[in-house]
Design a protein around this ligand. Structure first.
Ligand SMILES: [Zn+2]
Ligand SMILES: [Zn+2]
Length: 350
């Protein structure tokens, strides 16, 4: 097992049919399956558990809420690594919110698989103050406002945004070209990693040169952004209007886009996609440069935009990467490369 390795050959351990990362059963042979987080491979998931390299693994306690991950027998709570990262969830009798939690949790698991592929460190909130955790609450049933954001390691997500009509209404009213639950997770975890990997390390000086000084008043920035909107000519330096609001948001937006691109390229590579003779997406860009990523990303995203248009949908990737944005993405890429650890997606006690 090596960090920085992308594993996307998810297949049925019995019949070898291709499976999605989040599969609960094999569509071809009906085998019940689950993801073994340390190896990021799909295994058989019988009720009584399964021996993987001498350790017993069991279905996550939230499998009835479609959690596909396995958890080690000695982990205590019966919950998988992903579910344990959820610090706050809707109450047990709030069925509507729990359904939304199941939908959002699938995006969280996809995020965590990618963080492991990239070798990004994940220290859980319950192991250290300031560790990564998630408060997943619904503003629809909570009766109170749930503000999506990050503070001291805890990412808060409004589960109401799993409702397509609600999320789309927000997207249109905010003038955004793209708004998804996975995108929220990627953006918010970007705040976490800027705090952990950049603000507390020697990366901060170069970060301030590229993105601006993050010590600028955030309250003033919000007020200005919602009063006057993005500055004229913002497309020359930013990936999105939201990125113009504050240096923190610029970094988180670039971080999210870095995850969008690398996940999509890895997905293309796993399917052995190639465009003509030249463009062959790689399984991992861990040892490549950001220029390499962008060289592959441009034709791949152009193709996927066209594929969406062929179905009468809007572009898959409705963004333009200008030179200044490419420099910011290059910074993100170098921080990720320099921060790699082996990430096994299990608690340190299990
Ligand atoms: Zn099968
Ligand atoms: Zn789980």
């Amino acid at each position: 097992m090596r960090y920085g390795r992308a594993v996307r050959q998810f297949s049925c351990p019995r019949c070898s049919s291709a499976l999605a990362v989040d599969s609960l059963t094999c569509g071809a042979c009906g085998l019940e399956v689950g993801l073994h987080p340390p190896t990021r491979t799909v295994r058989a998931a019988p009720e009584q558990g399964i021996d993987v390299d001498g350790t017993w693994w069991f279905r996550c306690a939230n499998r009835r809420w479609d959690c596909s991950w396995l958890t080690a027998g000695d982990s205590g709570s019966g919950q998988c690594f992903s579910c344990r990262l959820t610090r706050t969830r809707p109450s047990a009798d709030d069925t509507l919110a729990l359904e939304k939690l199941a939908t959002a949790s699938a995006s969280k698991r996809r995020l965590l698989v990618q963080l492991a592929e990239l070798g990004l460190p994940v220290t859980p909130w319950y192991e250290r103050p300031g560790g990564l955790g998630f408060d997943l609450l619904s503003s629809r049933t909570n009766g109170s406002r749930v503000v999506i954001g990050h503070a001291n390691g805890i990412v808060t997500i409004d589960l109401a945004e799993t409702l397509d009509a609600h999320r789309e209404q927000l997207r249109v009213s905010l003038g955004e070209p793209y708004r998804t639950m996975l995108g929220h997770f990627r953006h918010e975890v970007g705040h976490y990693y800027q705090w952990v990997l950049v603000e507390q390390t020697g990366w901060i000086d170069e970060c301030r040169e590229l993105f601006g000084d993050e010590r600028a008043s955030y309250a003033d920035a919000i007020a200005r952004h919602y009063r006057t909107g993005a500055p004229r000519g913002w497309t020359e330096g930013y990936i999105s209007e939201y990125a113009t609001m504050h240096p923190w948001e610029d970094f988180a937006e670039c971080w999210a886009h870095y995850l969008h691109m690398t996940d999509t390229l890895t997905t293309a590579a796993a399917a052995a996609m190639r465009l003509g003779d030249e463009v062959v997406p790689r399984a991992t860009y861990g040892d490549a440069t950001m220029a390499d990523v962008l060289t592959d990303w441009r034709p791949v995203s152009t193709f996927l935009d066209s594929a969406n248009r062929a179905m009468g949908k809007s572009d898959l990737y409705p963004f333009a990467i200008v030179e200044q944005v490419a420099r910011k993405l290059d910074f993100v890429h170098r921080v990720v490369q320099a921060s790699r650890v082996e990430q096994v997606l299990v608690t340190s006690s299990s």
